[in-house]
Design a protein around this ligand. Sequence first.
Ligand SMILES: [Zn+2]
Length: 138
Amino acid sequence: MKVSNHFSDWELFSPKLLEAIHDKDLPCEWFVQEDAIDFLEDLREFYGSPVSINQPTKELLHRGICTDSENLKQGRTLTSQHNFCAFDISLYDEDLTLVYQWIKKNAASYRIGGIGLYKTFIHVDWRNKSVPALWNGE
Ligand SMILES: [Zn+2]
């Protein structure tokens, strides 16, 4: 099911969370911040290339919004932002360092609370911080 112009629910939510949302027939919008959708759409628009989050063709990494148990399975802690609103994103053929700079520059307009640059993806979350937490990961 489409959540916005370019993104479907399976891209934003882990399989288990999506199943729970569908089971209870709840609106997807309850589980994702509007700022996050705006950010993803604008990022996609700006670079003109697909932003990948949970790709069904790849090994399931639960790179979007997850349940607690899925977070633990990923080696994350229970305080992980992925059970609130976080995405590990990558863009084809783009230098992630430059994408990271773009996100950092525009963080305030989307109320982004945390940005982590990793080798193959960028973590973006909506923790409650006016100045985003920044870090470099493995
Ligand atoms: Zn992450």
